[in-house]
Ligand binder design. Structure first.
Ligand code: HEM
Length: 521
């Protein structure tokens, strides 16, 4: 065989190898790009799925649904090859049940969670194991007390009666446009603050003035979201350089410390003067005094009161405020549901009003005990929570190697992200109409609330670390939705694009602009 031509080809081309390699590289890259360009999750060389995550950070919740539909309801991601980052994304309720309930002890929040949420200090959200248990014991006792529950209902009603309804009546009279999400966030802030400190901060007033503490909490929430989507080394670099949301966080943190410090100090003075109050911080101060002698697991001093106050403000303000806004958006876009809620309320109203001499107050406010029995309103709220869970993502660590019910292997040190947003939108779980707003799916053939959807409903988490404020949230949501739907028609201003904001809490990206009309003038 004559090798002469082959040898001369290589001799001729030897000087052109760099160009040859470049051409091969470009061809392979082009092929890789064409193969991957339409995929929702791309595994990039070296960086793996990090570029996809960053590319979709602005629409993270919608993207999580697309990923779950296309790739699977549980995915193990690797992160860049030079990092040891291992992420598990899941929206499979069997896996979630195992993580949050069955083998709860193996899935603590972990040190990284505490570092990400450092602004919350040592409050109930960030601690694990026996430290968490000690705080949960006090919280359970507080929230189980009948006295405290009726204090919550009384305070929420008072904020609604004194601030929310007068504001809506005024807006209706002046025929102006308001941002209903902002209004509900202010309502939720004033309610939870009043429950915590016994003082109404009156952020919800006719003038809708700026509220320094609520704004600082917003800035901190935004920074915490970026810490979720950016690789830890990157946000820590931002923190070190003091740029972007990390810079805002430092300022927000100092405002939070200053304002909460002032409230705690004034409460301490009241307590020293022998004032017995029913608010949560007063209950915690008394518990701290009693427990301090024999419980080393409970943090000491005012720092703990600050961390508790902030954790509950975080927990109770954005969740209830945003849920109310999403609820009014879904019922406005589903008028048949709104009509059924009105029908149920009208029936309750006529059963409550007895005798000709009954003088009815306007706007009419339902009693929170009476609202507990309303099936359709409850189903309508659950359905709204399914599609718009205020906390769309939950975050867990892995203590020891384990295997999830679907066979996914998780190793110690992995990070798990549970997407409640994706879980509420999976066709295989909720059926072909999974994206439709249908309260009927929560009601059985006997007209009672069906327990079946609850087995795949994790909006309030489940297991030992379930939401302690669930009942409070339902009490408040029912009080407000019943009073607002019954007395006013909330009309959405046309032409708005309503979608979630990329945030650790499911805020609306551009708020919810509405007009208010009185129904019962
Ligand atoms: C619509 C309203 C609400 C929703 C959807 C909601 C949802 C949740 C979820 C998903 C968790 C688990 C978070 C995690 O593990 O990191 C949680 C925990 C918690 N929630 Fe709520 N929440 C709501 C309202 C409230 C309110 C009003 C309060 C209190 C006043 C509250 C207090 C708490 C607390 C203290 C925890 C931590 C429990 C623990 O770690 O033991 N929540 N909530």
């Amino acid at each position: 065989m004559d090798f002469e031509p082959i040898i001369s080809f290589f001799q001729y081309n030897s000087k052109r190898w760099p160009e040859l390699f470049l051409a091969i590289f470009c061809l392979l890259s082009l092929r890789w790009y064409l193969e991957n360009k339409n995929k929702v999750l791309v595994h990039w060389p070296i960086l793996d799925e990090i570029p996809s995550l960053l590319q979709n950070a602005h629409r993270i919740h919608e993207w999580s649904v697309e990923v779950a539909n296309e790739v699977g309801s549980t995915i193990v991601g690797k992160g860049p090859i030079f990092s040891r980052l291992r992420l598990v994304f899941t929206c499979d309720p069997h896996n979630v049940e195992y993580i949050v309930k069955t083998n709860f002890a193996n899935f603590p929040k972990g040190e990284e969670y505490a570092e990400t949420f450092d602004v919350l200090g040592n409050g109930i959200f960030t601690v694990d194991f026996e430290y968490w248990h000690a705080q949960r014991k006090i919280a359970n006792k507080t929230f189980a007390s009948k006295e405290f529950r009726s204090f919550i209902a009384k305070m929420s009603r008072k904020v609604m009666e004194d601030s929310l309804l007068p504001l809506l009546s005024q807006v209706a009279k002046e025929a102006t446009i308001i941002d209903m999400e902002d209004v509900f966030l202010r309502f939720a802030f004033d309610s939870i603050f009043t429950v915590l400190f016994g003082i109404n901060p009156e952020s919800l007033s006719i003038s809708l003035e700026e509220n320094e503490l609520a704004e600082a909490i917003d800035d901190a929430t935004e920074a915490l979201f970026y810490r979720h989507v950016l690789p830890p080394r990157l946000w820590k670099l931002y923190r070190w350089l003091q740029i972007g949301s990390e810079k805002k966080l430092v300022k927000a943190w100092s405002t939070i410390d200053r304002r909460l410090g002032e409230y705690i100090l004034s409460k301490k003075k009241d307590m020293l003067n022998g004032v017995h109050e029913n608010d949560m911080i007063a209950i915690y101060m008394r518990a701290q005094e009693q427990e301090q002698k024999n419980n080393d697991l409970l943090p000491k001093g005012d720092g703990f009161l600050r961390d508790t106050g902030l954790s509950f403000l975080f927990a109770g303000r954005d969740s209830t405020g945003t849920s109310l806004a999403w609820f009014f958006w879904v019922i406005a876009t589903n008028p048949s549901v709104e009509a059924k809620i009105l029908e149920e309320l009208a029936c309750l109203h006529s059963n409550t009003i007895v005798g000709d001499d009954f003088e009815e107050k306007k706007p009419y406010i339902f009693n929170s005990e009476d609202l507990k029995g309303l099936v359709y309103l409850h189903a309508a709220l659950c359905e709204s929570f399914r599609l718009y869970p205020p906390l769309p993502i939950n975050h867990k660590g892995v203590d020891k190697d384990d295997v999830l019910p679907d066979g996914t292997v998780v190793k110690a040190g992995f990070k798990i992200f549970i997407s409640m947003y994706a879980m509420g939108r999976m066709e295989w779980l909720w059926g072909k109409d999974c994206l439709e707003y249908k309260p009927e799916r929560w009601i059985d053939e006997h007209g009672k609330l069906s327990p079946i959807p609850l087995s795949k409903f994790y909006t309030f988490n489940a297991g030992p670390r379930n939401c302690i404020g669930r009942d409070m949230a339902f009490t408040q949501m029912k009080l407000v939705t019943a009073a607002v739907v019954f007395n006013y028609h909330v009309e959405i201003v046309e032409g708005q694009i309503i979608r979630p904001k990329p945030s650790a809490v499911l805020h609306m990206k551009n708020g919810l602009k509405v007009r208010i009309k009185e129904r019962r003038s």
